[in-house]
Design a binder for this molecule. Structure first.
Ligand code: MRU
Length: 347
């Protein structure tokens, strides 16, 4: 796969975060040395995408235990406080809570400060490597599912920079490129923050993958007229019944895809499933600042006092989802059954 800048680079005491708010115009890293730095980077979407914010949160805890403490119990107490705080940075993507809680759990039995630091670092490094493997496996399964389909629509950025390496929805395109399979990707720009235009288009261009940018309000036209053969998107949280939260705009794509008989796929790792969440109604949707809607790249497009609705995500009901592509295989309806089996296989 073409080498893209790493999403996260950790050395003890320092987490370098690829600043996704300035891409594609600048390739900058910010340096986080405290939990607050990591929290702020997640909130501002300097690091974004469900798997990447989970990993960033985990590294935030490595920074937490690396601070100066009198003894291990004090460090463990602060770790729990920092974990609870980091989880509040963004509420919808469950990966953040999953990884942060996993790290708190492994830290529980540490008996010395150096033991605590090494178990936390080893666990987040293990989870980081697992995300690379999961992305690759999702790509393999997605290639199988897509079969001979080559013209595919996506929204937001569920790619390499939203994860540790291959991405989820974009993984089949990266793997396909390595194998001489040429996809044509139609990328929705993804207002308000333009993750499609700024990040997906850039990522696919860097990888030499054909990509066509559309504004979000062209999606129905494109699905109706442009011979698009599939839609594939990422996910922020998948409920027990298959209802899936993903970037705002996903629901509209799913409805239109169904109307035109175009398959609609979710690509996500096991860390994006919330096995405690019964349906999409239980998923908290992050509401973001009004300025994100009244401005574009910092330039005002509406009066600052304009009343605004700015949900970062929507929930696609399971009935619109053709299949959910995971690292373990492809889940199909009825999702309550297939997701239950998937959960049991993970244990
Ligand atoms: O607000 P963002 O940019 O973090 O939203 C990201 C998405 O909605 C992605 O599709 C999802 O997190 C999956 S990333 C592999």
């Amino acid at each position: 796969m073409t080498t893209l800048p790493a999403t996260l680079l950790y050395t003890p005491g320092k987490l370098k975060i690829l600043d996704q708010t300035v891409l594609p115009f600048e390739t900058n890293y910010l340096t986080a040395t405290t939990v607050q730095d990591v929290y702020d980077a997640i909130r501002k979407l300097q690091v974004r995408g469900a798997p990447a914010i989970g990993l960033a949160g985990g590294y935030g805890l490595a920074l937490s235990v690396g601070q100066t403490y009198q003894n291990v119990e004090e460090a463990k107490q602060q770790l729990r406080v920092d974990a609870a705080y980091l989880i509040t940075a963004r509420p919808t993507a469950v990966n953040l809570a999953t990884i942060v809680n996993a790290i708190v759990a492994v830290a529980h039995n540490a008996t010395t400060l150096s033991d605590l630091r090494s178990v936390v670092e080893n666990e987040i490094k293990r989870l980081h490597e697992a995300d690379v493997t999961q992305g690759y496996a999702i790509g393999e399964h997605a290639l199988q599912v897509l079969g001979t389909k080559r013209k595919v629509m996506t929204i937001c950025n569920a790619g390499a920079i939203a994860t540790a390496k291959y991405g989820t929805a974009l993984a089949p395109f990266h793997l396909g490129k390595e194998r001489g399979i040429d996809f044509s990707v139609v990328a929705c720009e993804t207002r308000p923050l333009l993750q499609g235009a700024r990040l997906t288009v850039w990522e696919l261009q860097q990888a030499g993958i054909d990509v066509t940018l559309i504004t979000d309000n062209m999606a129905a036209y494109a699905l109706a007229t442009q011979q698009i053969e599939a839609v594939i998107v990422g996910a922020d949280r998948i409920a027990q019944n298959g209802d899936t939260a993903n970037k705002i705009g996903t629901l509209g794509l799913a409805i239109v895809a169904k109307a035109y008989g175009i398959p609609f796929y979710i690509a996500a790792p096991s860390t994006t499933f919330d096995f405690t969440c019964a349906t999409g109604d239980d998923i908290e949707i992050e509401q973001r600042a009004t300025e994100e809607v009244t401005t574009v790249l910092g330039k005002a497009i509406a009066a600052p006092t304009t009343s605004v609705l700015n949900p970062a995500f929507d929930v696609t009901p399971a009935a619109y989802i053709t299949a959910i592509i995971t690292e373990k295989g492809v889940l199909q309806a009825p999702y309550t059954t297939s997701i239950k089996q998937f959960e049991e296989e993970l244990v």
